[in-house]
Design a protein around this ligand. Sequence first.
Ligand SMILES: Nc1ncnc2c1ncn2[C@@H]1O[C@H](COP(=O)(O)OP(=O)(O)OP(=O)(O)O)[C@@H](O)[C@H]1O
Length: 344
Amino acid sequence: MTVAYDGTDVVHQADLRLPRGRVTALIGPNGSGKSTLLRALARLHKPRTGSVTVPAQDTRAVAGAGVAESAEDTESAKGTGGVGTAGTVGTAKVAAGAAATGVTPATDRAEALDALDPAALTAPAAPAVPLAPPDPVDALALSRTDFARRITLLAQSRAAPSGLSVREVVGFGRHPYRQRFRGAGADPDGTRLVEHALAVTDAASFADRGVETLSGGQLQRVWLACCLAQDTDVLLLDEPTTYLDLRYQVEILDLVRDLADAHGVTVGVVLHDLDQAASVADQIVLLSAGRVAATGTPAEVYDPALLSETYGIRIEVDHDTSPGSPRTRAVGRHHLRHQHTERP
Ligand SMILES: Nc1ncnc2c1ncn2[C@@H]1O[C@H](COP(=O)(O)OP(=O)(O)OP(=O)(O)O)[C@@H](O)[C@H]1O
């Protein structure tokens, strides 16, 4: 797809596929088009050319019965689901997975995290029904409600509404399930899902506070909880670790990994930290000046020459210390000067 602002193309013919139940990290320098691409996937920008496609039907019920088959599904999804210039493929919702396997609704954070443990997903539900992969459809053709039930985006920056509690804000994640005039009554799972989202983001302890009183990191977790409460197949996250201290950066990325591994949620996440991206993602998409410069596993994309050229700074890559999850080191100007300048 090609995406433009005011007639100027900023993303050029990007072909992006998010494999089902896998984590895809978008990396690249400032202004390379990561947020624009993610927003286009979330239907916030209409592409100038190209399209965003999703499977024709919501496959969550089937996937909820067979979460363990995700690896095989993913392979077929790679070939069939992501048709079009930008495809997103999704399966089980976090709550659908929990409900289908009889996991008790979590009331505190430890229980909630346990509920995300793949080992907890062993109870058989309905027998898996082999279905031919549905043909993809144009995401722009879906109603707003249908789209919001399947894809959600944690945007880079959101203004905190004033006068609302954290729990109320997280409750907005249930908007695709709340019918007009019937409110929460039309959403019997809503309360449980909101509490679950608060628990796994460690926001339950301040759920009754006004959002305007929160720190940046607390607020970031509230927005993430809002997305989780929406309970979608596909989760798009634009720099979700912004404002978070080291502990929560690690925990949020662990949570992302759990959502993909245990519940088949398809994740697209923009990250600036190359090492975090390598450790959390199955697939890396490197953007450079609005174009996809490389797509592949971290080991494939993390070529020092390619990264150095893309970021305009020398980047060394260590592929040996942590196989499959390369480590990077950006080498600053002063380091080079010390190496190459002879002192008098
Ligand atoms: N609303 C807008 N109007 C006009 N141009 C925009 C707008 N938003 C972004 N751009 C431009 O589009 C290009 C891509 O921006 P985008 O925010 O997608 O990059 P990014 O890779 O996410 O950057 P960053 O890492 O800084 O968040 C940039 O040149 C930016 O200046």
